[in-house]
Design a protein. Structure first.
Length: 233
């Protein structure tokens, strides 16, 4: 069963009830608001994955609520309206709505549109999360969430400390980091007799990720200064 929550914002109770019945039958969580002001208050208190938003409402109408939602959130918005003129659709979509349904509507068609919008929204969120957790450098991918390193489609095994060094350099591409800086950030203690320790770990990382560790493609030595991963690969 689905766990996504749908917010229905419509001043007509019968419309809200009708949509809610179909949504609950599909396993969605449902929140109901009578106008835009109440709808915005729900957004502050609950995690909402999609909004069904009527245009013509008292207090704060759908057009104004849509504008305010788009200032703070990116979930899909499907607008409802008794108006069928093209201009009304254009206004709604221009303001940031993702779809537009004219009343009266077929509830099954509305459910199909909701599912379509949610699939796209969830897929985009997953891609965003993957992008946040992944660092790509040439043929190497570092996943900071799963602590996986893949070089030329081959998984590479690193110790936790080796991974921390590689992640540190990857997050600071183009920046030279001294052995002392690396030691203090990775070992999280004062750097005393650190140079040989860091050098040994860098050598081991190169043996695992480099085609030719003596002529490294990824981790470069800047003599007398430290180590870096070039910004452009």
């Amino acid at each position: 069963m689905s766990k996504e929550t749908i917010l229905i914002v419509d001043d007509e109770k019968e419309i809200r009830n009708l949509i809610a019945i179909y949504l609950k039958n599909e396993g969605y969580g449902v929140l109901e608001a009578r106008d835009g002001e109440e709808g915005l208050s729900f957004l502050k208190k609950h995690k909402v994955h999609l909004i069904i938003l009527d245009i013509m409402m008292p207090n704060l109408d759908g057009i104004e609520m849509c504008k305010k939602v788009r200032e703070i959130a990116e979930m899909p918005i499907i607008m409802l309206s008794a108006k069928s003129q093209d201009m009304d659709k254009i206004v709604g979509l221009t303001l940031g709505a993702d779809d537009y349904v004219t009343k009266p509507f077929n509830p099954l068609e509305l459910i199909a549109r909701i599912k379509s919008q949610l699939r796209r929204y969830i897929k985009m969120n997953r891609l965003d999360m993957m992008n946040e957790n992944e660092i790509e450098i040439g043929d190497m991918r570092i996943n900071t969430a799963s602590h996986e390193v893949i070089v030329k489609n081959e998984k590479v095994k690193l110790t936790p400390r080796e991974f921390s060094i590689l992640e540190l350099l990857a997050r600071n591409q183009g920046m030279v980091m001294s052995a002392e800086q690396i030691y203090e950030k990775v070992w999280k203690e004062e750097a005393i007799q650190y140079e040989n320790t860091v050098m040994v770990h860098i050598r081991k990382i190169r043996e695992r990720i480099e085609t030719n560790p003596r002529n490294p493609q990824y981790i470069k030595t800047v003599w007398g200064v430290g180590y870096k991963i070039e910004k452009d690969h």
